[in-house]
Ligand binder design. Sequence first.
Ligand code: ADP
Length: 294
Amino acid sequence: MPSSSEVAHVEIRDHLRVGPGPVDLSTIDPAGTPGLPAGKETTRDPKLWSRGQVAAIGTHLASRQERLYAAAKAGSPHRLLLLLQAMDAGGKDGTVKHVAGQMNPLGLKIVSFGKPTEEERRHHYLWRIRRALPAPGIVGVFNRSQYEDVLVVRVKDLVAPDVLSKRYDEINRFENKEVGDGLTLVKVMLHISKAEQKKRLVERLTDPTKYWKYNPADVDERSHWDGYMAAYAAALSRCNTDAAPWYVVPADRKWYRNWAVAHLVWETLDELDPKYPEPDFDPAAELARLRAAK
Ligand code: ADP
């Protein structure tokens, strides 16, 4: 077990990647901690351990993010998108704060998708998504995404079944094309239990500093829990491609969630391995010129 400032490296993607075939979310424990290194520190004070690890991973994230940004200046098409989906109170905002918060705001683009505006409703559902994609060199974060159009839309019967059923392949084609254009996509479902959601909603109603997070519609949404689980299972199995795989992160324990998502993004950026570009000038000659100048 490394000390809190060293990073414990595990292949977290292997633990969290959705397998082929149908998905049954009831078999994934929302309080689980897949891939967590065993050791005294993780059992004695997991929150403290996670905080130290996320900060240590954060320095790696930031350095790779800088290289991604620098490479784009020299024409590299690479960009990364962390896409977050979850039930209400599932921890999307907390994940943005703790994981994306480790990176340089200059190279980040964070977009939240709510109920479509009037203008958005006049367009195809992918219109607002395409506009929000990160440019080369940028790390994007989607707080909700195109998947709302096969989640809430399915649960609430907002479109006809034949329209809905075509969307899965359409989303796959869209994602596949973007991946061909330099996008690396990390799709994460933060998986919380119904009991944990209740606990978090109660907290929002009993702490005046959290009232602003509460939306009375959350209680109504909660009554559709099983419908949402079925909709998630369909999206996770039908849109789990090699180009754009899905990961399920157990999210009842916030400290595990932060660690797992930070690790997932780090591992992905590490594989991408962006490089600083070669200068298109002679640094020695430029230095000599600068020194000679008044
Ligand atoms: P959050 O709950 O993520 O903090 P909001 O309070 O703005 O943010 O809620 C966003 C709401 O917008 C959610 O209820 C979500 O289901 C809804 N929404 C998002 N995308 C769509 C969509 N394409 N169609 C219908 N509703 C959507």
